[in-house]
Design a protein around this ligand. Structure first.
Ligand code: XMP
Length: 513
């Protein structure tokens, strides 16, 4: 069992960032809802607790408040922003509405240099604030260890009980030394070692997988994306030939995708791979379908049918593996004003189709995406897979506007491959979230050689994003765009015009359909 820090989530948009910062300190962290009973937390025996920020006021009637028995467990606590107000509220301090909101950059003056939280840090620290309420009376037996212009109690501690509170956010990049503050808490105060890394995770996961699966067989739907690929490599490391991967070619893949998957998993890793070429079936079902949501439904349903048939061909298996990640399983806290609780990605809602009676194996369930990538490298997967850009399940169908057919897909694939190749050689590919070509079924007149053409248009899309929820178009150099445009119009018969998409999200979406 890993040493861990538990974060109680009061609805902050940064809760997951706190968890990631702690893991970057090589300490395992988990996120639980704010109202998790103290007894349950005690059972987990965390080395420390962090109370996250949140959008509420402790004095409001609907305030999310934790089990007060938490403070009697003898576990070190760090309250961040709303979290310090929770500490104050329970332990005899007072929180009131501030005269002005403290929002954005500020300077913290460390008033007690012996404070463990600020060990090895300068006396003046740039910090990032985002709060309206503030402490106006210290909780009982606490002392002040830091102040800002706007707050006399910006950092407080009760050394003996190992209770700490800070009004600012150490987890965000705008608090440049914030990671050291978090490290001081987890290592200095809580005494955690540095045991959490992907090499040790492999050993642990291998043991767990062997214990869970025994001698049974596991099926995994391999898409070629990062998550299913890493899950496959990990399960294969643990269970070898007990794992069978199913790869469905839906005819909507990019150039060389099916070949790469077969090369990497079939030949290099020697994983049992069932390659299901269903491209003709998918294209038949998609014939004449132009509505984007209808396309998604047709593709989703066809995929399930094909996958189900393939699982039967793969032989009897008790387990189905999935590349579920930690952000998909964290229970979101339904607190008004918490954007994270409102926005639910439509893409992660998977679930097993009815009639498929498998038990689930989810070896990435407690990992964040960046950890999954590290794990992938550790397991020997190539960089093209580990740092692959996200690719939507419905594939090129949502990048080929209007009805899809094999001739349009063929030229789209060629153009897309040129975009990717040029982005890679100019060093831009791995710096962008997604870069791709879109076929616009708009024909325009062109002239190539002495010939008049009347061909389709290709749009180039390049966006930066953290999570796909919002995105900004990337300012690619003109020289690069010029090269892409020249190559496409020269090499791909069927396109005579190239345009660049200057739309961010919002108001646009990343995909065109
Ligand atoms: P949008 O187009 O909604 O895309 O801005 C946000 C992110 O989600 C991906 N995307 C999908 N992924 N199935 C998927 O698995 C889908 O139907 C789908 N639609 C969009 C898109 O590539 C981007 O990363």
């Amino acid at each position: 069992m890993n040493e861990q820090i538990v974060i109680l989530d009061f609805g902050s948009q940064y809760t997951q960032v706190i968890a990631r910062r702690i893991r970057e300190c090589n300490v395992y962290s988990s996120i639980l809802p704010y109202n998790t009973p103290a007894a349950e937390i005690q059972r987990l025996a965390p080395r420390g607790l962090i109370l996250s920020g949140g959008p509420s006021s402790v004095y409001s009637k609907e305030a999310p408040l934790p089990d007060r028995a938490l403070f009697k467990l003898g576990i070190p606590v760090l309250g961040i922003c709303f979290g310090v107000q929770v500490l104050a509220h329970f332990l005899g301090g007072k929180v009131e509405k501030g005269d002005k909101r403290e929002y954005g950059k500020g300077t913290l003056t460390v008033t007690d240099e012996r404070c463990v939280l600020f060990r090895n840090l300068p006396k003046e620290l740039q910090v990032w604030n985002s709060h309206g309420d503030k402490l106006t009376r210290l909780p009982k037996d606490f002392v002040v260890v830091g102040t800002t212009d706007n707050s006399d109690y910006a950092a407080i501690e009760h050394l003996e009980r190992k209770l700490f509170g800070i009004q600012f956010h150490p987890e965000v990049v705008h608090t440049p030394r914030g990671k050291e503050i978090i490290s001081n808490f987890v290592h200095g105060v809580c005494g955690c070692g540095r045991n959490w890394n992907m090499r040790s995770y492999i050993e642990q996961a291998v043991d767990q997988l062997r214990a869970q699966v025994g001698k049974e067989r596991v099926i995994l739907g391999l898409s070629g994306g990062v998550d299913s690929s890493v899950a496959a490599a990990l399960i294969h490391r643990a269970l070898g030939d007990q794992l069978t991967c199913i790869f469905v070619n839906n005819g909507l893949l990019r150039a060389r995708e099916a070949e790469t998957v077969q090369e990497v998993f079939g030949r290099n890793f020697q994983i049992k791979l069932l390659y299901e070429d269903a491209s003709a079936l998918f294209l038949r079902k998609l014939k004449g379908v132009s509505d984007p949501e209808r396309k998604r439904k047709v593709i989703g349903k066809t995929f399930i049918d094909v996958f189900q048939t393939a699982t039967r061909r793969a032989g009897k298996a008790r387990f189905l593996a999935q590349g579920t990640l930690y952000p998909d399983v964290i229970e979101s806290v339904p607190i008004a004003g918490n954007p994270a609780s409102m926005i639910k990605s439509h893409h992660n809602v998977g679930g097993l189709p009815k009639g498929m009676k498998f038990e689930l194996v989810e070896p990435l369930r407690c990992l964040f995406k960046d950890e999954v990538r590290q794990l992938g490298l550790e397991l020997g997967l190539p960089k093209e897979i580990v740092y692959r850009q996200p690719f939507p399940g419905p594939g090129l169908a949502v990048r080929c506007l209007g009805p899809v057919d094999s001739s349009k897909l063929k030229i789209l694939r060629l153009a897309d491959a040129i975009v990717v190749e040029e982005m890679k050689s100019a060093g831009w590919y791995y710096k962008t979230w997604q870069t791709f070509a879109v076929l616009l079924p708009v024909r325009s007149v062109g002239v190539q050689g002495d010939e008049r053409t009347y061909d389709y248009t290709v749009a180039i899309r390049a966006v930066e994003s953290q999570d796909g929820m919002t995105a900004d178009w990337v300012r690619l150099p003109y020289e690069l765009l010029e090269k892409i445009s020249l190559r496409i119009t020269n090499e791909v018969k069927g396109f005579n015009r190239v345009v660049f998409d200057l739309t961010s999200k919002p108001p646009g979406t990343i995909e065109w359909e």
